[in-house]
Design a protein around this ligand. Structure first.
Ligand code: GP9
Ligand code: MN
Length: 424
């Protein structure tokens, strides 16, 4: 009932991280472009396969000085995979422990990014070259307040340009760009790519790097589709630059979840070039890349520990919108008070000092089991992690945002949205 939301608000208020004056509002009024790096793991960045960079374009952004790259950023998804990542970045609420909140909680009340920004004059859209019903997107996006959803029906496809889950990244970005140019500004947009998706097979005539040589097919192919995705991104960036959108848009790129599951650990040892412990595979390798570029903001490598839950408060603060009154479980990555305790959905966690995997605690820096003297501290962190997940599940399962809206926030009216393509 409505008293449950009070407990949640008490927590989010106490966990609130004040915006950093250095970054608050630096992107005020700018467009927002989220680029979904399907199945990208952090280890790909600066990885060399036979002396060749796999993702030369992304690597160039790490050192370009204008883009912030986070090298301790973790995905926090579970069975809902892509949809869990989207759920977190739109709401700063966790996905569910089982199944996908997108599928089962599509009709809930949300206070999601598109609605918050819609009330600040933004037009929002998702671009995705797959059927709109996949992950129930065409329903839950209405609850988030997305104005437009350009799904597969908006794209030209043929037998040559389709990957297993939809239109391949290069034609996808090309065609999306034509639609993006027509959008009223400022806009809040998200581009969900599909080429670099398990099992990572692609037309070999389009491949520009050889496969890896571990002997594990999906691991080996992973590098080819990653290269293709990297090339598609570069092409899209070039279009943004030529059109001028590059100069008034915040670009955020995030890996959604692991691409190589823990069923491939022995091949991954060959990829990484050393023996991998449970800590390495269950925690360390769950890092995904995060890039944030705000025109005029200084970049560089940022070592802050963070997760997908933190994206929404980070973005809103960059846009100059305070998050104190919102029910958000993450905190601004750029705040001095950012909470660096990062829960995984299964109750494991990472932090800059202590990590937890399967009920055992580790030193985050050495990967060694934690000393006896620090066990109590670790148990304290474990309790907080469980509490955060518990509160989030209470909000999502109880549809608790029905009972609370921050001052001035107008609840979303789902009936106002229709994503079907107009007749020609
Ligand atoms: C499909 C795509 C894939 O539309 O987003 O989702 P995933 O299998 O990665 O969860
Ligand atoms: Mn995915």
């Amino acid at each position: 009932d409505s008293s449950d939301i009070t407990e949640v608000i008490n927590f989010t208020k106490s966990n609130y991280a004040e915006p950093n004056p250095k970054y608050f509002g630096v992107g005020k009024g700018m467009n927002v472009i989220y680029l979904h790096l399907e199945s990208m793991q952090e280890f790909l960045i600066n990885y060399k396969l036979n002396g060749e960079e796999v993702t030369p374009f992304l690597n160039s952004l790490v050192k370009d000085g204008n883009t912030m790259f986070f090298d301790n950023f973790f995905h926090q998804t579970a069975q809902g995979k892509t949809s869990d990542a989207e759920f977190m970045l739109e709401n700063s609420l966790y996905g569910l422990p089982q199944g996908s909140a997108f599928t089962t909680k599509g009709l809930n009340t949300y206070e999601a990014a598109p609605a918050i920004l819609g009330q600040q004059g933004y037009t929002s859209a998702v671009f995705h070259g797959n059927a709109g019903s996949f992950w129930n997107r065409n329903e839950i996006y209405k609850s988030f307040g997305y104005d437009r959803f350009y799904d597969l029906s908006y794209y030209e496809t043929d037998d040559q340009n389709m990957a297993e889950y939809g239109l391949m990244d290069k034609p996808f970005y090309q065609q999306s760009f034509e639609m993006l140019k027509q959008m009223p500004q400022p806009f809040y947009t998200k581009f969900i790519t599909v080429s670099h998706h398990y099992p990572y097979s692609m037309d070999q005539s389009l491949a520009t790097i050889g496969p890896h040589t571990t002997g594990d097919k999906s691991v080996d192919n992973y590098f080819q589709t990653a290269r293709y995705a990297d090339e598609a991104l570069e092409q899209f960036f070039n279009d943004l630059k030529e059109s001028g959108l590059y100069d008034n848009s915040i670009i955020i790129m995030y890996g959604d979840h692991y691409g190589i599951s823990q069923n491939h650990n022995s091949a991954m040892e060959k990829v990484i070039g050393r023996e991998l412990s449970t800590f390495d595979t269950a925690a360390g390798l769950q890092r995904v890349p995060l890039f944030i570029r705000v025109p005029g903001m200084e970049g560089g490598i940022n070592h802050t520990y963070g997760g997908q839950i933190d994206l929404l408060p980070t973005l809103l603060h960059l846009l100059g919108i305070d998050t104190k009154e919102y029910v958000q479980l993450g905190t601004d990555l750029l705040s001095e008070q950012h909470d660096t305790l990062i829960p995984f959905r299964n109750g494991d966690f990472v932090s800059p000092t202590i990590s937890s995997v399967g009920g055992k605690f580790y030193d985050s820096n050495t990967g060694e089991p934690l000393s006896d003297t620090e066990q109590e501290k670790a148990k304290g962190l474990q309790k907080i992690v469980e509490y955060k997940l518990h509160l989030s599940d209470k909000v999502v399962n109880g549809d608790l945002l029905r009972f609370y809206a921050p001052n001035g926030f107008k609840p979303v009216d789902r009936s106002q949205y229709d994503y079907s393509k107009p007749e020609e």
